[in-house]
Design a protein around this ligand. Structure first.
Ligand code: DOR
Ligand code: ZN
Length: 346
């Protein structure tokens, strides 16, 4: 018989964009209502390349957070060609930096300062291995010759396989996996290699980009892929394997920046993420595995304690707003105007 109520350990979001400035306070509440902690992406302008910048950004996040939310931002540094081993050591010594993010230069939003060649980042990567600071990978090549739908698979083949071998102790998370190639690679890799899975990549295949017309709110990077890849992601996320855990990649952009002739990549899923993950898990008959994926595997990988509190989801359908406030604009959340089966109790 189907459950109508699910109580589980409070989850964390292991991949999140909250932006900066005025936008911060508009989006933080959507995360804080559900997640106790989140790995905060460093792709600001300018990027969060140092511990000092991470400390200042963390202070701005805490100041913008609603007072009642006991939310802990887990900060990351943005890896560049010039990140020094000293900066990595400072990051490992501070209490609040938990990982370093690799963006290939030019791959996505604010990635211009990203790494141009992994060989240049080797001194920093070796230092990370030494101090045991995890590497978070935006796993796509930027080579214009490679089809945009193949860029994750080619990254694995050209770079990741070698990285895992060359740095035999470095912990790595292949972020927002989108293909069966990524699932197969991570599953076969040593335990120190894990992956986050977004809810939009679990829910949608690439038809959703062109459903009766061009759908800019489903445009994100890496792109959503074919149905067979979506199925492989669902299988991995609901498998119970500790290598796969929740990372929404909720990435807010103002409505006008998405609905444009050169629209930004990013899906804003924070307002209904856990509810939509619950739908996906329920559809496979594995709702009982949501807690592991959302609340246990992430902290275990990051070597942080699991949360002590709980959340309650009830089967109580509600309608997602068409738009939400976002700085001096609005933002269109995932499944805007649609119905969601599960509701998060206060
Ligand atoms: O869709 C995406 N949006 N993918 C990324 O890698 C970056 C993110 C953003 O910051 O907007
Ligand atoms: Zn991201």
């Amino acid at each position: 018989m189907a459950t109508d109520r699910l109580v589980m350990t409070r989850p964390d979001d292991w991949h999140l964009h909250v932006r900066d400035g005025e936008a911060l306070s508009d989006v933080l509440g959507a995360t804080g209502r559900c997640f106790a902690r989140a790995i905060v992406m460093p792709n600001l302008k300018p990027p969060v390349t140092t511990v000092a910048r991470a400390a200042a950004y963390r202070d701005r996040i805490l100041a913008a957070m609603p007072a009642e939310a006991a939310f802990e931002p887990l900060m990351t540094l943005y890896l560049t060609d010039n990140t020094t081993p000293d900066e990595i050591r400072r990051a490992a010594e501070c209490e609040f930096v938990h990982a370093v993010k690799y963006y290939p230069a030019g791959a996505t939003t604010n990635s211009d300062s990203g790494v141009t060649d992994l060989a240049r980042a080797m001194p920093a990567l070796e230092a990370m291995q030494e101090v045991d600071l995890p590497l978070l990978l935006h796993g796509e090549v930027t080579d214009g010759e490679i089809d945009v739908f193949d860029r994750e698979a080619v990254f694995i083949e050209r770079h990741l396989d070698r990285l895992v071998r060359d740095l035999p102790e470095l912990r790595m998370v292949l972020e927002h996996v989108t293909t069966s190639d990524a699932v197969d690679f991570v599953s076969a890799a040593p335990d120190r290699v894990a992956a986050t899975v977004t809810v939009h990549h679990l829910m949608l295949n690439r038809n959703a980009l062109f459903d009766g017309g061009l759908r800019p709110h489903h445009y994100c990077l890496p792109l959503i892929k074919r149905e067979r890849h979506r199925r492989a992601l669902v299988e991995a996320a609901t498998s119970g394997s500790p290598k796969f855990f929740l990372g929404t990649d909720s990435a807010p952009h103002p409505k006008g920046a998405k609905e444009s002739d050169c629209g930004c990549a990013g899906v804003f899923s924070a307002p209904n993420a856990i509810e939509l993950y619950a739908e996906v898990f329920e559809a496979t008959g594995r709702l009982d595995r949501l807690e592991g994926f959302a609340s246990h595997h992430g902290p275990d990988f990051y070597r942080l304690p699991r949360n002590r509190g709980t959340i309650t989801l009830t089967r109580s359908p509600w309608s997602v707003p068409e738009e939400l406030p976002f700085a001096d604009s609005t933002i269109v959340p995932l499944r805007a105007g649609g119905r969601v089966a599960w509701r998060l109790e206060d």
